[in-house]
Each structure stands twice: as C-alpha cells, then as structure tokens.
Design a protein around this ligand. Structure first.
Ligand SMILES: Cc1cc2nc3c(=O)[nH]c(=O)nc-3n(C[C@H](O)[C@H](O)[C@H](O)COP(=O)(O)OP(=O)(O)OC[C@H]3O[C@@H](n4cnc5c(N)ncnc54)[C@H](O)[C@@H]3O)c2cc1C
Length: 378
C-alpha cells in the first residue's frame, strides 16, 4: 500500500510543533511535504524589532527547510495557488503539476490588503515580515543622503510598532532628517483601551513622531497623501498598516470560508466540509467564535493541530481546540520601550519591553534549537 501523504502549506506559527516533531510522521511511514515561499519562517512578533535594529534577521527566523529535510520530509520553496479538494491536490504559482495529499494542513497566514490607491515602489508592508528588512535597508540608504518623510497608514498596533521602530532606526543610524508621521485614521489605537492610546500618543509626541487623527486616507498621488478632510502630506516612503486578511487561496479554491475569507474550520481546526483539511493561525476562520489575528492563537493551536494531523493519518480521535481566554499583549515601541496590556492592567516603559523581549527570544530560541540540533520537541 502506498504511503499516506501529508502536505503542510506554510511553516507558520501554528505549524511550529508539527515541524519540530516531523520525524514522528516519517517514523510511521507517512510522507511529509512542506511548501513555503521562503526557506525561512520569520517570527512576526520580532519583525518591528528587526526593522529598528534590536534583532538581526538571523535572530528572528526559523530555518524551515533545514528542519524539514533533517527529519526526512520534503521541502518545496513555492507558493500554493490553489487547493483542489475533490482530487486532493494542491498547485503552485508558476509551476507545472500538482502535489497530492491525503491530509492537508494550512498555515498560510495573512496579507495586508492594499487598496487600489496604495501602490508603488515606495510602499512597504509588514507582511511578509521579510519586507521590513528591505524597508530598513531603504530607510538607511535614503535617510543618509536626503530628508525623508515617512508615512505610516493606520493607527493600530502594527502601525504604532513600525513608527516606533523607524524612530529607533533613525536614532541608531543618526539619520539627520527623518519625519515620521502616523496617519491614524479616526484615532490612534481606536479599538483598544483608551489608556493605551494615551500612553502611545505621549511616547510619540516626546519623540517627535507626528500622529494625525480625525480623517482617513483618500488618495495617494505624486508623492503626496491626501486625507478625506483635505489635509495633504508628502510621503517618500509609505507603510500601510491597515490590518490583515487571511490568505486568499481558500476563497480562490472555492473552499468554504468564513466572513473574513479564511478557511472555515470547526472546533477540531478541521475544514467544515473536507475532513482531511486542517488549518491554524491567521488563515483560518474559527467557526465556534471569531478570533483576533494575533500570533497567540496560532501558537496555542500548535499541540491540537499536531495531534489532529497525526490522528487523521492514523484514523484516531481528534481533539478540540480551546482558544483560551485573555492574553498578554505587549507592543514594542522601539527605544527599549513597550506598552503592556492584560485585562485592565496597562503600563508603558522599559520593563514592558523587557518582558516582551524575554518571551519572544525564548519562543524563537526553542524552535531554533530544533533547527540546530535536529531534535524534535517532546
Ligand atoms: C508588524 C506586526 C507585528 C506583530 N506583532 C505581534 C505580536 O507581538 N504578538 C502577536 O501575538 N501577534 C503579533 N502580530 C500578529 C501576528 O503576526 C500574526 O497573528 C501571526 O503571524 C500569525 O501567524 P501565522 O502562522 O498564521 O501566519 P504567518 O506568520 O504569516 O505565517 C504564514 C506562513 O505561510 C507562508 N505562506 C504564505 N502564503 C503561502 C502560500 N500561498 N503557500 C505556501 N506558504 C505560504 C508564509 O511564508 C509564512 O511562512 C503582529 C503582526 C504584524 C504585522
């Protein structure tokens, strides 16, 4: 009998445990293929810190190819374009042929949906995280030779973290004339407790980061951004941080999706229609209740996703996923400063960043240890 095939789309945060324990699948004779556009997976929680220069790219990434191949799996550098659930195959962008699966797991993440008015070579998005590395190099190159006006579109957590870390970068690199402006829409950190917005505004003001509130971007033309209320700003580099949407492959493949376009999954992280398709992280729409697009849920999904993939191959019982309650949120505002929020406990300062730095480093180092020793987590 032919070996059963498991295919993983993306080596994101929800697949980390499955990747670390990949050998347990090969040992049972299952063939595992992992498809990802890059050999590395970048830990997004540390992405803004890489932009600011707190972390090097090596410190925040996981060598997916090495881990997969070291445990007897097959790694394909590529981007999945379509899933055909009837024939149990996936196809890749720009490549001929199909890849067959018996069990498929999707951790393809999300993207920043750029409106038609946000385009061009000076536009940098935070997804994929690698884009922030390119932005960093560009800011240093241009900031050393000319005055630079940088616009961050969006006043949510990622816009705030990007602005704070560009400020840190300008300080560290001694860039003489960088203006940082957050075009925050109606209000900075509008969907968060009021105190977070107050603390964030205070930090921005102290650093000379301009926060523009009360209107949304209407147009981007000839190096200028115009707001709906008519205010207009020069923008040499633009960072749209306007939220994310789940990967489009599910909708494009005709799979059942939730209201946000993510793969619709039940409490077992299993497609509501195709019992051999699973998923976790930003790319899913969790049917029991909507989940915020935060890495915490992707990380929490790990053990259940690992168990259920093995159970699906073995023909055993699935486990249900409990996303859990409130989680700790810490924003990295650059300059060694963070804002911490849990329940009604909110404060800013160096201690907040130190906690985040410790948690993030521990997380990525755990998985990098797998990469270096080719051990699998127990
Ligand atoms: C700037 C920024 C900072 C953030 N900071 C935090 C934080 O501090 N804490 C927190 O909890 N959340 C944070 N988030 C949210 C967090 O990034 C996401 O919730 C998290 O990345 C989701 O993990 P994921 O594995 O689902 O997706 P991703 O991390 O995006 O991983 C998806 C993977 O799939 C691959 N992939 C994508 N498309 C395809 C395809 N078509 N075929 C094959 N592979 C594909 C990608 O290459 C990638 O490896 C932040 C987000 C941003 C933008």
């Amino acid at each position: 009998m032919a070996a059963k095939k498991m295919v993983l789309i993306g080596g994101g945060h929800a697949h980390m445990v499955t990747l670390a324990r990949l050998r347990t699948f090969s040992e049972k004779g299952y063939e595992v293929t992992v498809i990802q556009p890059s050999d590395y997976h970048y830990y997004s929680g540390m992405g803004p810190g890489m932009l600011g220069g707190t972390y090097t790219p090596d410190e925040i990434r996981f060598n997916t190819r090495k881990v997969v191949e070291g445990q007897g799996g097959c790694f394909i550098r590529g981007k999945v374009r379509r899933i055909d659930p009837a024939h149990q195959v996936v196809s890749l962008e720009g490549a001929e042929g199909n890849i067959a699966y018996d069990v498929l797991s999707c951790n393809a993440g999300s993207f920043v949906p750029l409106g038609s008015f946000i385009q061009g070579p000076n536009v940098f998005t935070a997804k994929p995280i690698e884009g922030l590395l390119k932005a960093r190099q560009e800011i240093i190159k241009r900031g050393k030779r000319e005055s630079l006006e940088i616009a961050i579109i969006g006043g949510g957590p990622s816009g705030l973290e990007i602005a704070g870390n560009i400020w840190q970068l300008s300080e560290l690199e001694e860039l003489p004339a960088v203006t940082i402006r957050i075009l925050a829409g109606k209000q900075l950190m509008r969907h968060h407790p009021e105190k977070i917005g107050i603390l964030a505004r205070k930090i921005c003001t102290k650093r000379g980061i301009e926060v523009v509130e009360g209107s949304y971007v209407q147009e981007m033309k000839g190096g200028y951004i115009t707001l709906q209320d008519g205010r207009s700003y020069r923008a040499d580099m633009i960072f749209p941080a306007i939220g994310v949407k789940p990967s489009a492959i599910f909708a494009e493949s005709g799979l059942p999706t939730g209201p946000d376009g993510g793969l619709l999954v039940n409490e077992y992280l299993q497609s509501t229609t195709f019992s051999n398709i699973f998923g976790g992280g930003d790319c899913i729409s969790f049917q029991p209740r909507p989940l915020a697009k935060v890495g915490v849920y992707a990380v929490r999904a790990n053990p259940v996703l690992y168990h259920n993939l093995m159970a699906a191959l073995d023909g055993k019982q699935l486990l249900s996923f409990d996303p859990g309650g409130q989680y700790l949120l810490i924003y990295n505002l650059g300059g060694g400063v963070g804002i911490l929020c849990k329940w009604f406990f909110i404060f800013s300062g160096r201690f907040a960043f130190t906690i985040k730095d410790h948690i993030d480093r521990k997380f990525i180092e755990t998985f990098q240890a797998v990469e270096q020793n080719n051990l699998h987590l127990r």
